[in-house]
Design a protein around this ligand. Sequence first.
Ligand code: AMP
Ligand code: TRP
Length: 344
Amino acid sequence: MTDQPTYTGPDRVFSGIQPTGNLHLGNYLGALKKFTDLQEAGWDGLYCVVDLHAITMPQDPALLADQTRQIAAAMMACGLDPDTSVIFAQSSVQAHTELAWIFNCVARMGWLEKMTQFKDKGGDNSERVSVGLFDYPVLQAADILAYKATHVPVGEDQKQHLELSRNIAARFNQQFDAPGFFPEPEPLIKGPGARIMSLKDGTKKMSKSDPAENSRINLIDDADTIARKIKKAKTDTLGDMPVTMEDMAARPEVENLVGIYAALSSQTSAQVLNQYGGKGFGTFKPALADLAVAHLSPITEQMRHLLDDPAEIDLALRKGAEKADAIASPIMAEVRRTVGFWQV
Ligand code: AMP
Ligand code: TRP
């Protein structure tokens, strides 16, 4: 599958965030901040609130639309401009579900059985979870490829799903004798924000579903809460801040805090150690808290402001859906022709 002629279409970015629970610092540094950096660098991008993915687990129908607005508001508050980038809800563009079906007939059961996220979420209960949860990564491939997107900014936890998307693209091109039809989308993961860990356990990722509220910084936390959570963040008993990267390697909690500082200040962790190596946590933690507050407060404020006027968010989502549909429709017409469906 590797000797295919390469895709020659334009570069395009696609990413998605589920409308489930509160967004946290991991979502911000692993995803949202990258979206705005890419927009600023001039990349064409589509940013999707993936409500079809959300319903692979039970959701309250009375809350789902509002949760979708909240994620859209967060995207805009972080700096995505709905006139420059395409911000929309997944369920309002038909191409996602149609292409997911076609990809269901391209992807192999064995590929999906290897997905660790399904094993984690399905647990020992795989008899009872929805078929949709198993099929989740196929829909994700359809999200990306319905726009022939070439680059996908995500956190480290999505690496395996992106690999599956690449396999589905390659297999489709081969099976339908359509070399280079779909690009094999590249994940954009690198950087200190790729995997933000829990503030309470440096070996677990920061997650919406962790019952410990102090384990994460939410985008809607106020300044005092952010400062308190950082001051209470777990460190270790090895003394001051490490001086070299090697010293830090065996100290996951410290490594995480330094990574957060680095990601927020657009530096490398080594640069942060140049500044803080050997100093006490009594110096580093307040500096990190100040940095986090300075960075996140304007976002929180803007999010609250946007949520006061849901009509404006709805308008942005409606326009976004039209723009997304206009890109996907001709691609889907080509897909139908390639698969051999009857059409006039
Ligand atoms: P989700 O909330 O699962 O829809 O994730 C939205 C985006 O945030 C995805 O790109 C994830 O990879 C990213 N993400 C989630 N948790 C973290 C984390 N702890 N560190 C870095 N990125 C994350
Ligand atoms: N699975 C991603 C997550 O949980 C969300 C997602 C759905 C996504 N479709 C996508 C991310 C397409 C990137 C591209 O984080």
